[in-house]
Write a protein that binds this ligand. Structure first.
Ligand SMILES: NC(=O)c1ccc[n+]([C@@H]2O[C@H](COP(=O)([O-])OP(=O)(O)OC[C@H]3O[C@@H](n4cnc5c(N)ncnc54)[C@H](OP(=O)(O)O)[C@@H]3O)[C@@H](O)[C@H]2O)c1
Length: 217
């Protein structure tokens, strides 16, 4: 398995898994309940029968954590605990966090102040033997789940370990329309995660499905 997605049954994990499998990768959509993961994979395969060039499998989260590279796509509340339970299979690997700590208030999305600064930093603290990266925060799941949406976006990548940055940027590059940008150390994840609240608020107010694209680089 090239990529395992812990908590992959939600919109974010489904979209990422579909895009990576469409790009020819072998992907495990992970869940606390492997039967739910299998059902989700069945739905994705039925929706895109001729577009999956690689492999897509529904697996338990522990099996997903056995992927060569692992993405965490759970809500932020469950992220550190879920990852801690998988510390052994995640040892020595790159774990990419796409989780954002957000709360909706009316027509606005607000960023919560995480006690560790960011979800990604909390994961790194919980998993000292894993190389944590942060990426994919600003991608709208709806567009990711539609292979014909014409998605074009920059993906900000943060990590303390150079290998984690390089592997995550290579992963982003596999997806058509996405450009990875090295946004610095894991300390930047706090700003990257929080900015997601601004992106979603803009989409609420303008009834849009915008993506992040930086000019001048
Ligand atoms: N939605 C987006 O557009 C988007 C875009 C970029 C980043 N993100 C971030 O990506 C993450 C996932 O987003 P999402 O919309 O896919 O979320 P979601 O649907 O709420 O959750 C994803 C999956 O996580 C598992 N899960 C739920 N609560 C859990 C808990 N307490 N502990 C462990 N696993 C739990 C569930 O899978 P099982 O029940 O099958 O285990 C669920 O299907 C979030 O942190 C979000 O901020 C979302």
């Amino acid at each position: 398995m090239d990529v395992g997605i812990i908590g992959g049954t939600g919109p974010a994990g489904r979209g990422l898994g579909l895009r990576l499998a469409a790009a020819g990768m072998s992907v495990g959509i992970g869940s606390r309940d492997p039967a739910r993961a299998a059902s989700v994979v069945g739905e994705i395969a039925a929706a895109w029968p001729d577009r999956i060039e690689g492999e897509l499998a529904g697996v338990g989260n522990a099996e997903a954590a056995g992927g060569a590279l692992v993405v965490l796509a759970t809500p932020w509340e469950g992220a550190a605990r879920t990852a801690s339970e998988l510390a052994d299979p995640l040892e020595g690997k790159v774990l990419v966090s796409m989780a954002n700590a957000l709360v909706r208030e009316g027509r606005e999305m607000l960023a919560l102040v995480h006690p560790r600064g960011s979800v990604a930093a909390a994961l790194q603290a919980a998993l000292p033997r894993t190389k944590v990266a942060a990426a994919f925060h600003h991608l709208p799941a709806r567009e990711m789940q539609d292979l014909d949406s014409g998605l074009i976006a920059d993906v900000l990548v943060c990590a303390d370990d150079p290998e984690a940055t390089a592997e995550t940027m290579s992963l982003v590059e596999r997806i058509e329309g996405l450009r990875p940008l090295d946004a610095g150390s894991l300390g930047q994840a706090a700003a990257v995660e929080a900015f997601t609240a601004v992106c979603i608020t803009l989409n609420i107010r303008y009834r849009a499905h915008s993506t992040l694209k930086l000019a001048g680089i």
